[in-house]
Design a protein around this ligand. Structure first.
Ligand code: ADP
Ligand code: ASP
Ligand code: MG
Length: 470
């Protein structure tokens, strides 16, 4: 059971989380709990790191001090048992003392390496997992804290480290199964890990979902539950489109595609361990635990409508290359991709004609260097602030007239690049970032008017229209 930042954001949220886990224990299940840092803590730790690295020592320590108070207050409110409460407050103070030491050191050397960045952000999950453990104990559960860094072993690519499956498959059961056999509820932080030398690493932003799935996979769990702040995977981001519907069932493939193309509800790598072991993944709402959420399984039932959900990936750049030398030659694309490979820059979408190639990549600080290398091969132009809209559904390729319907829905918006056919379950196109929300709302209105009740939660929409009188 993985609980995201909003599910542990304050004493009330941690209380709800405890009740959900206790409910599973009461059903005779043996849950393992993975938690994120309290909501927004990771962002603030990164801000503290940036402040320290730019010489703003006081600013960095002020952020840390506010975080210390937030964690202390949460612990005090949750834990009434004197002895446990004191021990927890001491632990929190020790953690913040060492965080402050790192920040002071950083403010002296003024260089934020990925390794130090990971060390600093790791405090978020280290703290939340220990507070949650004690809060669970106070609520009658036999919870045991586990330091994720002892069992989630990765390579040394700080900030987006790659888990070392073989070691993890050994360590996770070795450490967690004995606890389960003793009737304990293991609680650990997500996102944080360590390399083989014991240095702290992280799995990349949003990586707690991935930890949950890795642990579930390594112990062959009955299910991997991702508890968050929405009812499940929705037909699109409900923050952009408030009448988004819950998708009841979706396939691994579709969910992976959505996650990769920007549906923040799931980290893109979450599906991998589940697919390998064929473990169902459930996305559930810790604020509405009675809702059945979304079930991600290997084979989803047939859906009458072409699309299940719309994702958007923002902060992308488009790179246009034009070279007449490309005409009638071969090996040219290889040379282009070698440049991206050299800069370790993943490419999301590609479109080519005889003499030109357009590619989309995440906007990043390496772009000028990439463009400089590419300019040896072609005329290069690049532009940021683009968004990729990705429509996901089964068998898009096999249905007539789909493209016409999609582009009719966004006919008022300038489309820069299109990709269809590469995947059977995805149709995507690139637009200006500022047009993205409007495009999503238009597409949602066009494709989710009469949703198939076997796949989508239409009841929720009916209730909404009764309340709003629509
Ligand atoms: P957590 O902290 O629990 O990991 P996140 O903030 O990472 O939660 O992810 C949940 C958020 O993802 C939701 O609040 C929602 O705004 C956003 N989101 C984006 N796309 C979707 C989608 N298709 N379905 C559900 N939520 C989505
Ligand atoms: N706390 C981390 C983040 O904000 C990991 C996570 O929440 O999944 O990115
Ligand atoms: Mg998340």
């Amino acid at each position: 059971m993985k609980f995201g930042g909003t599910s542990v954001e304050d004493p009330a949220a941690i209380g709800r989380t405890a009740a959900i886990v206790a409910g599973r224990v009461a059903q005779g299940k043996n849950p393992i709990v993975v938690v994120s840092a309290m909501a927004k803590v990771t962002d603030q730790l990164l801000r503290a790191a940036d402040a320290a690295a730019t010489g703003d020592r006081a600013g960095a320590l002020a952020i840390s001090s506010r975080l210390r108070s937030r964690h202390r207050d949460t612990a005090t409110e949750l834990v009434k048992n004197r002895e446990d409460g004191c021990a927890l407050i001491n632990m929190i103070d020790q953690e913040f003392d060492s965080l402050d030491e790192v920040l002071r050191g950083l403010a002296a050397i003024l260089e934020l390496t990925p390794r130090i960045s990971d060390l600093i952000v790791s405090f978020g999950e280290r703290l939340s997992s220990q507070i949650v453990t004690v809060a669970f104990r106070e609520r009658g559960m036999n919870a045991a804290h586990v330091d994720a860094r002892e069992i989630i072993i990765t390579d040394s690519q700080f900030k987006r480290a790659i888990p070392q499956d073989e070691i993890i498959e050994r360590k996770v059961p070795e450490k967690l199964l004995p606890l389960l056999h003793e009737g304990k509820v293991p609680v650990m932080g997500g996102f944080i890990a360590s390399n083989e030398a014991g240095l702290t690493t992280t799995l990349g932003r949003g990586g707690s979902d991935f930890t949950g799935a890795i642990v579930g996979g390594a112990i062959n769990a009955e299910a991997i539950e991702i508890w968050t702040d929405v009812d499940g995977i929705m037909t699109t981001d409900p923050r952009v489109c408030p009448d988004a519907l819950r998708v009841k069932t979706i396939s691994f493939e579709e969910a992976a595609e959505l996650a990769y193309f920007g549906a923040k509800v799931l980290h893109p790598a979450t599906i991998l361990p589940a697919v390998k072991k064929n473990i169902p993944v459930l996305v559930l709402n810790s604020r509405n635990a009675a809702c059945e959420g979304t079930r991600i399984v290997s084979l989803a039932p047939h859906c009458k409508s072409p699309f299940k959900s719309i994702a958007v990936k923002k902060k992308l750049s488009i790179i246009d290359l034009v070279a007449s030398r490309m005409l009638m030659t071969h090996g040219y694309l290889r040379q282009i991709f070698e440049v991206f490979d050299k800069h370790k820059c993943p490419v999301d979408m590609v479109s080519t004609s005889e003499v030109s190639v357009s590619l989309t990549v995440d906007s990043n600080s390496h772009l000028p260097a990439i463009a400089a290398d590419l300019s040896k091969l072609a005329d290069v132009k690049y532009e940021g602030k683009k968004a990729l809209v990705c429509m996901v559904g089964e068998d898009i390729r096999g249905q007539n007239g789909i493209a016409a319907q999609v582009f009719n829905a966004v006919r008022h918006i300038n489309v820069r690049m299109i990709s269809q056919g590469a995947s059977e379950i995805n149709m995507s196109f690139m637009i200006e970032e500022d047009d993205a929300d409007e495009a999503v709302r238009s597409l949602h209105a066009a494709f989710f008017q009469e949703p198939d009740p076997t796949i989508f939660d239409v009841e929720a929409r009916k209730q909404l229209s009764v309340v709003s009188g629509r």
